[in-house]
Design a protein around this ligand. Structure first.
Ligand SMILES: [Zn+2]
Ligand SMILES: [Zn+2]
Length: 319
């Protein structure tokens, strides 16, 4: 039976979606290895691109960290399952998903990804963390696919996926997760009109990596990212935005939203410099569909302020 909403009101601040099974399937017997950072999807926004003339071929936002051989995913826009597989990770190996905020380019594939991990047929256990709304989103997805799931449980002898995943909602920034390999913390970032928008910081034995999520220029993010090795930051290129919005009927409104909610390259450079990070990785490109924007267009203004290494992200790039 599907758990009802009351079942989630279990412990202070944590909503446990269901009891988890089969601890630690990934990397348990392998030695400690370097923390890896892999960009799965680098295009800001929910529209879907395909490779070819006239577009960039970037997938929607998703970023992977592999810590001691265990994959940790930040955001899962459309295509995240496919990108994970393309990056060489079987979906059942995924252990932790972090959602920065509830724009669909960051969560559209959350339920689908859980489903896709379950359907591999291999033991799976995933904890998802994110702002309020996460539990209902996953519940609703399982309702949406109830017929299929109930059919396969009986017809194919599969375990009930609704008992395999745990969702943890949180309303305040701070410590999100700590285990032997990593400490994950969060801070609020300004991304109007969304109230709960988080950046995440991963401190592992060998690296500190900060993921900005979607954010307007946020000096407080520099404090949060202080001394990190890598800052992965969203970016918006205004000349291309101006050209893009001119073609749209909702141009004025859309432009206002973008300006209020995202960060220009120069300001990204200021944040990276103030944080004192060693490397700045640009991702969540807005607009992400315009192949005429050269790598240097994204990086040039950031470089005026940040003297460390700047990486203009590409899908499936490992850093
Ligand atoms: Zn976004
Ligand atoms: Zn957003």
């Amino acid at each position: 039976m599907r758990p009802n909403r009351r079942d989630f009101l279990s412990q202070a601040g944590t909503f446990v979606f269901a009891s988890a099974l089969l601890r630690s399937v990934a990397g348990a017997s392998e030695g400690q290895s370097k923390t890896r950072l892999i960009l799965l999807g680098t295009k800001g926004g929910p529209s879907v691109s395909e490779r070819g003339p006239g577009n960039s071929g970037r997938s929607n936002p998703s970023t992977l960290l592999v810590i001691n051989n265990v994959p940790y995913l930040v955001d899962c826009g459309y295509g995240a399952s496919r990108q994970l597989v393309r990056a060489g990770f079987e979906l059942h190996r995924l252990r932790h998903i972090f959602i920065t905020h509830h724009h669909s380019d960051h969560n559209l594939e959350l339920g689908t990804l859980l489903y896709n991990a379950w359907i591999t047929g291999t033991p799976v256990e995933i904890d998802a963390y994110g702002p309020p709304g996460l539990v209902k989103m996953v519940q609703d997805f399982f309702s949406y696919q109830q017929f299929d799931i109930d059919t396969r449980i009986v017809d194919e002898g599969r375990p009930d996926p609704r008992k395999l995943f745990a969702c943890h909602e949180f309303e305040k920034p701070g410590l999100v997760l700590q285990n032997d390999d990593v400490k994950v913390s969060s801070c609020f970032v300004p991304h109007p009109p969304i109230k709960y928008a988080y950046a995440y910081r991963f401190d592992t034995r060998d690296r500190s990596i900060v993921i900005s999520g979607d954010t307007a220029y946020a000096p407080e993010l520099a404090n949060f990212a202080k001394g990190a090795d890598v800052l992965v930051h969203e970016v918006m290129y205004m000349p291309a935005v101006e050209a893009l919005v001119k073609q749209l009927p909702n141009a004025k409104r859309l432009r206002e939203h973008l300006v209020a909610a995202h960060t220009l390259p120069a300001d990204v450079g200021k944040i990276a410099a103030a944080a004192g990070v060693r490397m700045l990785v640009l991702t969540h490109f807005v607009p992400g569909d315009d192949p005429s924007i050269a790598d240097d267009d994204w990086a040039a203004d950031a470089r005026k302020f940040f003297k460390g290494r700047i990486v203009v992200g590409k899908d499936l790039m490992e850093i």
